[in-house]
Ligand binder design. Structure first.
Ligand SMILES: Nc1ncnc2c1ncn2[C@@H]1O[C@H](COP(=O)(O)OP(=O)(O)O)[C@@H](O)[C@H]1O
Ligand SMILES: [Mg+2]
Length: 326
């Protein structure tokens, strides 16, 4: 991993408009960098804004009531928010691509796999159709599909869940993206295939020195895959740390709660603690720290004033008054 920044997200804010004048904020002014050649983990409970963050980076909010209302998303010097549609079409599927949790959201059900893959490759390279077909078969081989020629002739519905996930990963990687966003890429798969697919992503990432933003709620996957992690809670980043530090010295009570609910091998613990309460509703965010209503350490100050994301150690940031005032 280098210290060269590939993607810079600065003060990104994404709101969903329920009418012309009223909105809820799903991503509330987050900032982070992804370095070249690193796998950055993004974790947090369901509803914290992880997927909205990835759709905001990919500029895929057009079909939703969501809109980026502040900030910058700069990929290799180009601000994607102000880029033209033509520029985005060129970048998306080329320099930057995404793996979705649900393969069917990126595979076209009425088109054979070969046609979809060839189109995607020809759009971003100067390969002929024949070359693109060969390249598609190679990519399917790379993701562990033993008989690419048969799969190429299939329609998506003829493939199993694991197979279509592999096809989607092959598609997402077929133009050597510099940035791959993987949003819960293996959640829908069984454990064995999950491990294979993660191994594969890591292998391709190493070979190509590409960067991955890996979104997951599985901290085991984070430990296995990532170099650094950001923790999101209710639309904000509450902690950022290198992976070893996050597991050994988590500073935010929310991170501590997430880590405490991971089963430890051989611990014999049958009932894991979970964080009491739930993620607040977007339309009624607590006034102070957003985690305060669920935090056993919360003070009056926590309930009334929002803490900043402060530097609390080498490469570590935390949004908690207790840590800041220590
Ligand atoms: N299309 C949408 N319309 C309105 N609200 C949405 C939409 N998509 C997501 N949201 C809201 O944004 C918040 C964050 O969602 P999301 O990013 O999907 O969470 P997760 O961290 O589970 O991926 C949720 O409260 C959700 O209700
Ligand atoms: Mg999600």
């Amino acid at each position: 991993m280098s210290q060269e920044v590939l993607l810079k997200v600065k003060d990104l804010r994404t709101e969903f408009f329920t009418s012309k004048t009223s909105s809820v904020t799903a991503v509330a002014n987050i900032s982070f960098d992804i370095y070249k050649g690193e796998i950055l983990g993004l974790v947090g409970e369901s509803g914290c804004g992880k997927s909205v963050t990835s759709l905001s980076i990919m500029q895929l909010l057009k079909d939703t009531p969501g809109k980026i209302t502040n900030g910058e998303v700069v990929l290799d010097g180009v601000d994607l928010i102000t880029a033209s549609d033509a520029q985005i079409r060129d970048i998306r599927g080329g320099k930057m691509s995404m793996i979705f949790q649900e393969p069917m959201s990126s595979l076209n059900p009425s088109m054979r796999i070969d046609k979809q893959m060839i189109e995607g490759i020809c759009l971003h390279t100067d390969m002929s159709k024949e070359q693109a077909r060969e390249h598609a078969a190679e990519m399917l081989k790379k993701v562990g599909i033993p008989d690419p020629q048969r799969v190429l002739k299939n329609y998506p519905h003829q493939l199993s869940g694991g197979m279509s996930q592999r096809v989607m990963i092959a598609m997402a990687m077929s133009n050597d993206p510099q940035l791959l966003i993987a949003d819960e890429p293996t959640t829908a798969l069984d454990v064995t295939i999950q491990a294979q697919i993660l191994d594969l992503m890591k292998k391709i990432q190493k070979e190509e020195q590409s960067s991955i933003l890996l979104i997951t709620h599985d901290l085991g996957v984070v430990a296995e895959m990532c170099s650094r992690v950001i923790v999101m809670y209710a639309g904000k980043i509450v902690e950022e740390a290198p992976v070893g530090i996050l597991f050994n010295n988590p500073t935010h009570p929310y991170t501590q709660g997430l880590i405490a609910s991971v089963p430890k091998l051989g611990s014999g613990v049958k009932v894991l603690p979970s964080i009491p309460g739930s993620v607040p509703d977007l339309s009624s965010m607590p006034e102070g720290c957003r985690f305060a209503p669920r935090c056993k350490y919360a003070t009056e100050k926590c309930r009334t004033q929002e803490p900043p994301l402060a530097v609390v150690g080498e490469n570590q940031k935390c949004r908690c008054w207790l840590k800041i005032e220590e």
